[in-house]
Design a protein around this ligand. Structure first.
Ligand code: GDP
Length: 426
């Protein structure tokens, strides 16, 4: 059976921790979308790790970590990540990379930087990892799949063709140095060496694993609101962040996805530009940012300070619905223990009317938060193992939000570690 761990919001909900925890009972963990533009922070017995490409299950020796065809594969980063975890004493993980995954090319990263420079103040706040140019090329059908590394003549020819197109833009739009197909070819031959031991027909591997009754975990990156179709377009990412896309990005039958664990943090944070209705500013935001996550709310990939806000029930209800949520994992609840009162966004006021349905981008930009204030619990809840042992106001906060979003919160995370988790009956 297949389970998915995905985000309800803007990303950074704590999916890495939940995947790491759920990996204990899984056989295979698959990344099915996104690239090295975001990261998961995981704290376990080996130390603290920021993973960008490897699935969060790599720390268990019984699991196989899979990079699916839907991922934007950055081979040097993957290679570095493998080295860095092995260096810290983690046993060499079993890793498989889809022969149909496409590669983030060196020029994708350059084009990402050049385009952000060109846009100046109107930029998307890209992490400049090459993700948007990568997916543009994939759908323009000029991308390179991993298997193409193994047909050198065809690869050489295609590189010449692709460089011609790219060089027109480099010369006339960006005024930057041109690409040399021979140099690119040499680079790709190094990548071939790095990736060769891992390449496999992933969909077939997963198909057989399912027949053998194995448990597969799909690990999403970012969250619903960054989905290119259902998110805050155009301030979104370039590949679908939805559990449903897991079937495509891993090559699995959609009917096999039986559980969708949607992760939602007990307050909001976002990176990059775009409407963020429940956003807070100034000292209030600084304090939450400083106390948030595990060591502050700063991007795992970029170190950028995250934008902060109160919990947004409108966005989360929508985020959970689009994921097809069976379970909500409500994370980082421990961080809110310092507040006397906790505002929660329960509606959006748009042109004088209040709605609880998440609107399209144009309307979202006009939305003002309707806040309800709940009492805080003023207590450290880390280490608590049973839901009944949480302070009453804390339980009321969880249950209030559960009612607003309409999906069952079956896991409450009260610390960054694997064991900091409280299970609840549906
Ligand atoms: P992801 O991309 O969704 O995996 O999220 P990130 O890893 O970027 O952000 C989650 C951060 O919160 C990480 O630093 C985690 O270690 C931390 N974290 C996860 N769950 C909890 C929790 O319940 N409490 C606290 N304090 N930190 C948590």
């Amino acid at each position: 059976m297949v389970k998915a761990v995905v985000g309800a919001n803007w990303g950074d909900e704590g999916k890495g921790k939940i995947t790491d925890m759920m990996s204990e009972h899984a056989d295979i963990i698959v990344r099915f979308q996104g690239g090295a533009n975001a990261g998961h922070t995981i704290v376990n017995n080996y130390g603290k790790f920021a993973l960008h490409t490897l699935p969060s299950g790599v720390f268990y020796s019984h699991t196989t970590s899979v990079i699916g065809n839907g991922v934007a594969l950055n081979i040097p980063i993957l290679s570095e990540e493998i080295h860095s975890i092995v260096e810290k004493g983690v046993p060499m993980p079993k890793i498989l990379v889809s022969d149909r995954a496409q590669m983030v090319m060196p020029y994708h990263i350059l084009f990402d930087q050049y385009e952000e420079e060109r846009l100046g103040g109107r930029s998307f706040g890209s992490t400049k990892s090459g993700i948007a140019p990568f997916y543009s090329d994939k759908y323009a059908k000029i991308g390179f799949q991993v298997n193409e590394l193994f047909d050198e003549n065809a690869l050489k020819e295609k590189l010449v063709r692709v460089c011609e197109t790219k060089n027109i833009l480099l010369e006339h739009l960006y005024h930057k140095p041109l690409l040399n197909p021979d140099e690119l070819f040499d680079e790709l031959m190094k990548w071939k060496e790095m990736i060769a031991p891992f390449v496999c027909d992933v969909s077939n591997f997963l198909w057989n694993a399912l027949k053998e009754g194995k448990e597969i975990l799909l690990e999403g990156q970012l969250g619903t609101l960054k989905d290119p179709d259902h998110g805050i377009y155009p301030m979104v990412t370039s590949s679908s962040t939805l559990a449903g896309y897991g079937a495509v990005g891993a090559g699995l039958p959609p009917y096999e996805i039986k559980q969708v664990v949607t992760v939602s943090k007990a307050y909001s944070s976002a990176v990059g530009a775009g409407a963020f209705v429940s956003e807070i500013f100034g000292d209030e935001a600084d304090e939450l940012r400083r106390r948030g996550g595990d060591g502050g709310e700063f991007g795992a990939t970029t170190g950028r300070p995250r934008r902060m806000g109160w919990y947004d029930c409108v966005a989360s209800k929508y985020g959970c619905r689009l994921q097809g949520t069976t379970d909500v994992a409500f994370t980082v609840l421990d961080v809110l223990g310092y507040l006397d009162e906790i505002p929660v966004c329960v509606g959006y006021e748009i042109d004088g009317e209040v709605t609880t349905e998440f609107p399209v981008t144009g309307l979202l930009e006009k939305a003002k938060p309707v806040l309800e204030i709940l009492p805080g619990w003023k207590q450290d809840i880390r280490g608590i193992k049973k839901y009944e042992d949480l302070p009453e106001n804390c339980r009321n906060y969880v249950e209030f939000i559960e009612k607003q979003i309409g999906f069952p919160i079956t896991m409450v995370s009260n610390g960054p570690g694997r064991d900091d988790i409280i299970f609840r009956e549906k």
